[in-house]
Design a protein around this ligand. Sequence first.
Ligand SMILES: [Zn+2]
Length: 313
Amino acid sequence: MLTRRHMMLGVAALTVPLPAIAAPDYRLAPDEIADGVWLIPGAQDSITRANGGAICNIVMLATSDGAVVVDTGGTFRHGTALRAFAEQRLGGVAAVINTHHHPDHWFGNQAFADRPIMALPASRAAQAAGGQALTDGLYRILGSWMNGTAPVPALQDAATGDVTIGGRHLHLLPMAGHTQADLVITDTATGTLIAGDMLFLDRAPSFPDARIAEWRAGLAELAQMQVSGTVPGHGPYHRDSRAVAQTLAYLNAFQARLDMAATMGLAPAEALAAGPAPEFAGLGANPEEYHRAVVQRWADFENSALPVIGGSV
Ligand SMILES: [Zn+2]
């Protein structure tokens, strides 16, 4: 038997439209930083509901076959907005390159699934292995920004060395250190360096897959390159070598801080409480990125501080 309450609910369901769920929008701000080189900057922050995961820099290079899209953003909807810009302004999409496997750089791949999507082999493997877990984590952080997003790993190995796409000459240089595979791209015509997350500027570097010695070696190589301007993975386009210097200084300070903490026998909580080195406390995403980095990399430093056991006595 229907109660009045049931009847009221039933009537309400029939007559009152559900409130529209506001779909968040990505507002792109593309900037042509060099001839045919478009930068769509990311927020200088961690992935949050405020920024919808749009935190990494996206670069699009104009070619006669459409855009070469370097990284695709953090969600399907973000990728869709980027795709729309490429279609409306750059004659479509020639190819997509993922610089590495961190999700803010490739979770928009789904919007480009009908185009060739390339990445280094180790990045492709990491995308395939970790995609679902990353998806679950991002749904928890981003909520409705993630609606409809599913991981679409790159299906092609990125060629390295000199590559021509739609008449545009690029140089693809495989590096490592920020992750196990980091692709660095130079646009030959303009001399623009697209560094992926090998470089950060005014935003704290992230360390979930960092190999600090390799990263430092890569920075030394980047410092030698003659370029007209640099797009870091996170941070502003610039014409000097600031990002190389700042990323190296951050790595050195982070290593010194954790070396000291491990040598002193501190607990991770004490290293966390110490916070980032004062000169880096004001970078975007700090102190939370420092806190994550301590947790992610603590074992590396603790193991290296342990006395060697065994050997000749
Ligand atoms: Zn990254």
